[in-house]
Ligand binder design. Sequence first.
Ligand code: ADP
Ligand code: MG
Length: 314
Amino acid sequence: MDEFALIRRYFSAIGSGDGVHLGVGDDAAVLEVPSGDLLVTATDTLVAGVHFPLDEPAAAVGYRAVAVNVSDFAAMATRPRWFTLALTLPNADSEWLQSFSAGLRDAALVNDITLVGGDTTRGPLTISLTVLGCAPTESIRRRDGAKAGDTLLVSGPLGDAAGGLRLLETGTVDTGAERHLVERFRRPPSRWRLAVRAAPQLHAAIDVSDGLLADLAHLATASGVAAEVDAGRLPCSDELLERFGEGDALRFALTGGDDYELLVAAPASAVAELETLGFIAIGRFALGEGVHVSGGPDLGLADSGYRHFRDAAS
Ligand code: ADP
Ligand code: MG
């Protein structure tokens, strides 16, 4: 099958088509941007063997490619609308493509976004997505707005995806807990609706892709404040605790990546309402700089550039 037939077959009708003047098939996509809105866009690339194991099922690769890209929109408290797909493939294996496009379609439905174009080339398996959306300037949330005195909250459990990836790499996925953790790696949560709802209460937001401490450091540095994490309040799933025990669960929650939960800064007056939306308070922002962890066992994180304090007063 030639490249064009392949594109038509697997990638021409993914998503509702909402706001699409011209989609897959012409030389470029043409989209309807509401007047007065800003255009928001983000790109992320997944390389096989680097961002996911080489033997991942194609449907999981497709789902995750969409989910991790949409997560950047959640982090901006913006609704994603459209995406393009730059696909580099070692060969046009139609079984793999069918399964990959099913995963893509599944995630597009969950996130209510439409595939509007892309590019297909030959080479080592690499999936690059660009997501587009529009929003009025006042509803967009950035990573540089946290203020000293703000509360730090997270939108769900941390560490599961890192646990799941560890299981995929070590080759044992048998129990219910193990399958749950692998699913959390393969199907990152869709948080953009939550973010849009919470936006009026938020000073700043970022998504957890590289790990809580790393992403929190980005937010704190951009905002010019210090962040303090209370290790005792970190939400870890029962499955993570059951499979890995408390020490490793905490290590995954602090330093593991791939959870794609939202990390936000909000004034104290907003915390109760954010908690009713499902956010969990895990720390605070203060004058100063850096990321500090209080409570919990000493995990020896100083080596990785983070400072550890046994209690917040030290
Ligand atoms: P061109 O030479 O015009 O760039 P392409 O073969 O690259 O032609 O693309 C033809 C059409 O198919 C374009 O509308 C493009 O956006 C779309 N397309 C190509 N690859 C993909 C893909 N992987 N996913 C979605 N659309 C694609
Ligand atoms: Mg092209």
